[in-house]
Design a protein around this ligand. Sequence first.
Ligand code: ASP
Ligand code: MG
Length: 450
Amino acid sequence: MKFGGTSVGSAEALKRVANIVVNTEGDKVVVVSAMSGVTNFLVALVDEPSSDISVVLESFRHKHLAEARQIMDEGSPLYEEFLAEFDRRMKAMEDSINSDRSNPYYRDLVVSQGERFSSLMLSFLLKSMGHKSTALTSEDAGIYAVGNPMSGSADLSRTSLGMTLNVKPLLSEGIIPIITGFYGMNDDGAPLTFGRGGSDYSAAVVANAIDANMLEIWTDVDGFMSSDPRIIPGAVKIDEMNFGEAAELAYFGAKVLHPRTIEPVRVKHIPLKVRNSFKPEEPGTLIHHLRKPKGDLLRSVATKTDLSIITISSAEIAYRPAMVAKIVEKIAEIDVIIYSISTSLSTVAFLVHNTDVKDTLRQLNGLSGADIERIDVKNNVALVCAVGDNLLSKCGVSGDIFGAVKEAGANVEMISEGASEVSLNFVVPMGKVVDVVRLLHDRYIGVSQR
Ligand code: ASP
Ligand code: MG
């Protein structure tokens, strides 16, 4: 079970979470984010180092302890035990902030501190309620990570071994482990984070490692929606979908789940539920392996806005794969996310975020003029991601969808169909995206799923 920042953001929220945990049947392992706002606070601390770190840390301590005192009786032996461990962690955090800033993993080390405190608070809350619980850091639990700073990936086989040694024995003793999300340890035993929002991924990694029979991601919304309710007032909650649909939606639009959460559970066929910790009576969205032919054409329409198309023209580029490889390599050097690529005989086009255009062009300028004839940029476009299990197996579907797009008066600037069997992605000008999404939602989703 994983609980996000707002779900553990106050004493009141923590109590709600503790009740959810103890009312869940069977063995459970819990993963938590930092209390809401804490990771941003730590990021700011790295970006603008404070001259008076002790004042900053005192406010951090105060924020946590104010909530902790609403959970435990101040002065009770349990609170004393908590406080001793809390202050030990405070000291370790201070040491990490004061450590060598030139260490490439310095940022990971500092920004991953928040989870150490939220996990401790939840664990002590459970103890104060009479349950057996232990707070484990990712290091204690044996979660291993590999990769570059701030964008690690879990080493699943080592983590599985680590968790078998460190976490599974606790379960047989009836102890509820509360584990820090967001990071694993690298080869040097130092924290390596999974990127912002990475606690969802941590939880999926833990589920994979212990062969869980269910992963529950508890957040502050009811589940995946058929579209963004801010643009589509009639958007409805999706009860059920498969891993492919959820992965596309998480990647291209919906901010419900970190996009990387799906893979570790998909490979082991572990079903995943997204649920609202503020409304535990709601069933949420169930994501699993099964394909349920529901007959609906579309499940959800998501968008990614503020993108640009960069088109590179070069004679017969289609016959020069090495050239395309060189271009992609150049862009990859600066870690720019490419949302779509499409090629023609003499052009190759990339879809990137507006804010990445400048850097991308700078990289491309490094390529020889003999290779590239022209570069064109079209700013302010949006990607529409239409997701549905039946989408590409039904004949003529894309024709219908593009017909609707035409009705909305939008010009399709770029298409990627077929790369994933459950989604049809295409690009329209920013000014048209709301009309397009509304029309598709009204026509193909409507209120049929209510
Ligand atoms: N606390 C981390 C963040 O804010 C990880 C997470 O919440 O998933 O990015
Ligand atoms: Mg999150």
